[in-house]
Design a protein around this ligand. Structure first.
Ligand code: C2E
Ligand code: MG
Ligand code: MG
Ligand code: MG
Length: 277
């Protein structure tokens, strides 16, 4: 009986594994195809500088223009891409597309805007990252200060020494590095002190209710003060109302991003927005 029940359990387990495996094999095929056929595109979310009241940055956010399923957000495919070990390939593709687009905006509209690109841990830890970025900036003729790389706290913490080396090199090249989703990972105040990070992006989860929630307000205030005390810029993510915007302005936050300013926009919309301002 025991052997039998063991068998049944192990068959079930194997079945589950197989269908999971089959799904990933399928996903790998469509994702590689999508990369080759350039189905991944970028949306652009403006970053509003609260001192100048101008758009002085934009975050590139990947979308998958799926031939059957339509436009997919990163939440629908990034975990498959990571599980398949394809994060580096996607990030390389996005980095190049971001540089290409930035160069085109300059050629067409004579307008330079700093473009922020999200990097996975894999990409950030790739020893070839620096060389790849150097090549991109040279071939698209982009001054380094117009490229910003967004990494999360966890990426830094995974291997703090090598992260520190990479960030130092990037900073010496003139490239900006920011910490995304700040406050949601394993933060270490020591790395904030030691790293030449340009900007801290306060995670949306602290902004959602901070106008009405004393604890969140305290955290947001402290993050702004902490950033400024360490000589870094601070941006609030996920600003959805005028109240949030006004309060952040009052608290001395440097920049904001969120649906109240603009949702992520397709390129044509972003450009008309950019050239209008
Ligand atoms: P993130 O870098 O923190 O980007 C901000 C996310 O919040 C975006 O979701 C954006 O659409 C959303 N957002 C912006 N303003 C608001 C707001 O006011 N309210 C709400 N509710 N949401 C807002 P998205 O585009 O779905 O991207 C999700 C995450 O996927 C990103 O979070 C980033 O971690 C990752 N990601 C996006 N593009 C790339 C990429 O090219 N490479 C890598 N490695 N990761 C990416
Ligand atoms: Mg980001
Ligand atoms: Mg974020
Ligand atoms: Mg996020």
């Amino acid at each position: 009986f025991q052997a039998e029940s063991h068998n049944v359990a192990s068959v079930k387990y194997k079945d589950g594994m197989q269908s999971h495996g089959r799904r990933l094999v399928e996903a790998e095929k469509t994702i590689r195809q999508a990369l080759a056929q350039q189905e991944f595109i970028l949306y652009f979310q403006p970053q509003l500088n609260l001192l100048t009241n101008r758009i002085d940055g934009v975050e590139a956010l990947v979308r998958w223009q799926h031939p059957e399923k339509g436009l997919l957000a990163p939440g629908e495919f990034l975990s498959d891409i990571a599980a398949l070990g394809l994060s580096g390939e996607l990030d390389n593709y996005v980095l190049e597309l971001a540089c290409q687009t930035n160069a085109r905006w300059y050629q067409t509209y004579r307008r330079r805007v700093a473009i922020a690109v999200n990097l996975s841990a894999t990409e950030f830890q790739d020893p070839k990252l620096i060389a790849k970025i150097q090549t991109l900036l040279l071939s698209y003729d982009i001054p380094p200060k117009y490229l910003e790389l967004e990494i999360t706290e966890d990426v830094v913490i995974t291997d703090i020494r090598s992260a520190m080396d990479t960030i130092f090199v990037l900073q010496n090249m003139g490239i900006k590095v920011s910490i995304d989703d700040f406050g949601t990972g394993y933060s270490s105040l020591a790395y904030l002190r030691d790293l030449p990070i340009d900007k801290i992006k306060i995670d949306r989860s602290f902004i959602t209710e901070f106008a009405a929630n004393d604890s969140d307000l305290t955290i947001v205030k402290s993050m702004i003060r902490l950033s400024h005390g360490l000589g870094k810029r601070v941006l609030a993510e996920g600003v959805e109302s005028i109240e949030q915007l006004n309060l952040l302005r009052k608290l001395g936050c440097d920049a904001v991003q969120g649906y109240f300013i603009n949702p992520p926009l397709p390129e044509e919309k972003f450009v008309s927005y950019l050239t209008r301002k």
